[in-house]
Design a protein around this ligand. Structure first.
Ligand SMILES: Nc1ncnc2c1ncn2[C@@H]1O[C@H](COP(=O)(O)OP(=O)(O)OP(=O)(O)O)[C@@H](O)[C@H]1O
Ligand SMILES: [Mg+2]
Length: 381
């Protein structure tokens, strides 16, 4: 098996690096409906790449085309230097774990994992060794003789994973691998999945509609909508530098303010907000023509809240009234009414304990919200 890739290298930034999977202008039409709309994608060896998007946006369809269960209406897919257009699923260096993975209910864990190898005519002794290795890797050795119904949801998930990995695919395609698990098991299995992937160096392409999961797992994420890629980037890029309102709102929470560019300086832009009326000064190098209609996205954790008026309140600051407070222990979420009934969400860490049990900021109080010049993201679409 290949060596794990060190992702401090970031192969997608290296023009010399050769992608392991290349998807070129691939579309899929079902009748007159377009499920996947001319997408381009390059995935590097050892990546854990996520396709993220709402229900029906084309994630499974794209994955099925990579696996060979669906033929592209146009475009090409190259894996490991070989054009896959006429290669049937079983000859591709990929394995797919389906959205509703079905284990064989009457077979033991060990036989479930061995099934594909037996069918391929692998020698008995080798099957025994590979199955044992795989069960130990997913920590199911103790359960080898059990049937699926005698396992927990998370354990069944790991059997499905072992069954897919035992055939040593170069690429593993996983469709909602953690979808059937409850929140706690999901978190735990997420890390197991990452560990296994890192140890084997297999390239994972994971489909999910859970943005937290994609953020935790992935080297990079493609955000999909209506058969197209809206943005492809690392979790940090997608979260901190979304390229559109859709991506900003899909990944995490974002407060969105409509405005107009009033000044386009060499090192900053100024934006006049419409509702609330407030002036934004943004200091990161961007150039947008004066008069352009824009949206400012501000993440809840980038906004500070205080009862005192900040020193420099001409820009990047707005006055409001606390509408409600959600106390979550470690953090609090405030919703503050500003301007003409516009609600702004702020999350803040509860670093000190409240004196005499009273919260530092209370409902219906007047507060000031303010943020750094670098915190606003300016979006034009
Ligand atoms: N065989 C088919 N015939 C016709 N339409 C199809 C077919 N398969 C998928 N579609 C349509 O293509 C679109 C994309 O489907 P797909 O299964 O790829 O969505 P998805 O992103 O995986 O959604 P989910 O998160 O709900 O699984 C959907 O509107 C679906 O109804
Ligand atoms: Mg799907």
């Amino acid at each position: 098996m290949s060596q794990p890739v060190n992702y401090s290298d970031r192969p997608w930034l290296d023009p010399e690096a050769e992608p392991f999977i290349k998807v070129q202008s691939v579309s899929k039409h079902f009748g007159d409906f377009t499920a996947v709309d001319s997408v381009d994608l390059e995935i590097y060896k050892g990546e854990l790449f996520s396709l993220l998007g709402g229900s029906g946006c084309g994630k499974t369809t794209l994955l099925r085309m990579l696996a060979g269960f669906e033929t592209p209406s146009s475009g090409s897919i190259v894996i490991d230097g070989v054009n896959m257009n006429n290669v049937p699923p079983y000859e591709r260096p990929v394995n797919m774990m389906f959205q509703s993975y079905a284990l064989f209910p009457h077979m033991t864990v060990e036989n479930n994992v061995a099934y594909g190898l037996k069918r391929d005519g692998v020698a008995r002794s080798e099957i025994g060794r590979r199955v044992a290795d795989m069960l130990s890797m997913v920590e199911l050795t103790r359960f080898a003789k059990r049937k699926p119904h005698q396992l927990s949801g998370g354990q069944r998930q790991r059997v499905a994973l072992a069954r897919a990995l035992v055939k040593q695919p170069k690429v593993l395609l996983l469709d909602e691998p953690l979808g059937a698990l409850d929140k706690r098991l999901r978190d735990q299995t997420q890390y197991e999945l990452m560990n296994i992937q890192e140890r084997l160096g297999v390239t994972f392409v994971v489909v999910t509609h859970d943005q937290e999961e994609a953020m935790t797992l992935s080297t990079r994420i493609a955000v999909m909508d209506a058969g197209r890629f809206m943005q492809i980037g690392t979790p940090t890029e997608i979260y901190e530098f979304p390229n559109s309102r859709l991506v900003a709102e899909f990944i995490g929470n974002a407060n969105m303010f409509e405005g107009r560019v009033t000044e386009n300086g060499p090192d900053h832009v100024a934006v006049e907000g419409k509702n609330p009326k407030c002036d934004f000064y943004i200091d990161h190098g961007m150039s947008i023509a004066e008069g352009t209609k824009v949206w400012i996205a501000l993440r809840p954790e980038k906004i500070r809240i205080s009862k005192e008026k900040p020193a420099n309140s001409d820009t990047n600051s707005v006055r409001g009234m606390v509408h409600d407070i959600g106390y979550l222990g470690g953090t609090s979420t405030y919703r503050v009414k500003v301007g003409d009934d516009h609600l702004v969400e702020i999350t803040s860490t509860n670093q000190s304990r409240p004196k005499d049990g009273n919260p530092p900021i209370d409902w219906d109080e007047e507060v000031f919200l303010y943020w750094e010049p670098s915190s606003s993201v300016v979006l034009t679409k």
